[in-house]
Every structure is written in C-alpha cells, then in structure tokens.
Write a protein of this length. Sequence first.
Length: 276
Amino acid sequence: MARQVTTQRKAIVTVIAWTIAFLIFFPILWTILTSFKTEGDAIATPPKFLFFDWTFENYTTVQARSDYFGHFLNSVIISVGSTLLALVIAIPAAWSMAFVPGRRTKDVLMWMLSTKMMPAVGVLVPIYLLARDTGLLDSRTLLVIVLTLMNLPIVVWMLFTYFKEIPSEILEAARMDGATLKDEIIHVLTPMAVPGIASTLLLNVILAWNEAFWTLNLTAANSAPLSAFIASYSSPEGLFYAKLSAASTMAIAPILILGWFSQKQLVRGLTFGAVK
C-alpha cells in the first residue's frame, strides 16, 4: 500500500513538473514556430499552432537584410569578455570576504547587492556622457566594462557563497607549505571551486548575452550585439511578427544550445555545497 502511494506521488510530481516546464518553454516554442510562418499566418485569429504553410523565407530575408554574423561576433566578444573580466575581479574579492572577513564584510556584500536594485535608467545619462567624452561610445570595450560592472555584484555573491563552503584549513595547510597568495588562489582555491566558478561563468554569459537596455542605448552600428539585431525588426510601420520571431530564434539559439549542453555543470554548480 505504501509503495503504491509513493508511486502515485511520484507520478503526480512528474506530471506537475512537466506541466510547469512546458508552460515555461511554451513562449520559446511559439517564437520558433512563428518564425516558420508567413506574416499572414503569424497574426491569424485563431492562432495556427502546427497546421500552417511552413516556410524558411523569414530566415533568408533576415540574413539578407542584416549582418547576423557580425552581431553574433559582437555578442560573443561582449558576453565572454565581460564574464572573464568579472571573474578576474570577483575571485580575489570573494576570497578576501570569505577567508579574511572584516567587521564590514556583510555590509559591503549587502551594499553591492543593493546596487542591483537601482533602475539602470538612473545612471544612463552619466554613463552615456562619460562614454561620449572618452570616445568609447558604440564600442565593444564600453559594453564589456559596463556589463562587467552591472553583473559584478551577482558574480561576487555567488563566488563568496561557494568559497565559504571550502574548509579554510586547506588554505592554511597550503600556506604552511610555502604557498604564496597567488598560488593559494590559483592552484588551491580555484581548482576546488571549479563547479561554482563554472556555474557563475555560465550564468554571467547568459545575463550578458540577453542584456538589452545597455546594448540598445550605448551602441549604434559598430558594436551592436544580437539584442540590437532583434530590436531592428521593430519599425514605425509596425511589427513583422514572423521576421521578428526568426531574428529572435537566431539570437537565442546559441545560448539555448550552450545551456542545453552545460545544464549538468550548471545544476552541479548551483547546488555546490547545498548537501553536507
């Protein structure tokens, strides 16, 4: 009897989990399906789910109209560059807060997190003016710096959490063996926190890849990433839903594939230290 009840509970939980997963994934699925429709089918009422005339015309039109690979390259450089720069800054900062905490360490962490609560538009004008005066406007360098600063609090917090799970005695033993501070961070701490660092890296890449506010306001043509590529299909004449969906699918496909192949590492890193 107990085994039957357990089986029923597992079945119910499985159904609920798949239902929630489908609801979360449905907007992406709908976007992908719409990208294969004609503009007429895309706005049809009632909506056509599977029974419509499939076409690749939207993809060929998008590729002919826009430099997709140029935008893609910008996205890769900006997201990877900002992530690596954030890690270079965050790893020593998180090490210091985790293993050499001061009286104000918690206050500093809370202050860093509080900066994420401020609307980005509140600092748009000064950042725009600084970029213009320094000649960095519409450049990859500017976006790498801005996105690094925007995501740095999250990166520091995540790494701090992972580092706190590593026994400090291991680092003390390394010091007794003559390890310098550089050796301690690079050769002892970093290899032990690989799951946490990897998940932080993946999450930061996703955040930088999907960033739209800063990329739309600080770029024009030279360094516009895929978020600006999508926005280019919104015009005063209206929205071309099928072509917009094709552009969106082409923009999210790389990050979806990355997330799919790295899901085990991401889950492992996000649950690092959760079970004693």
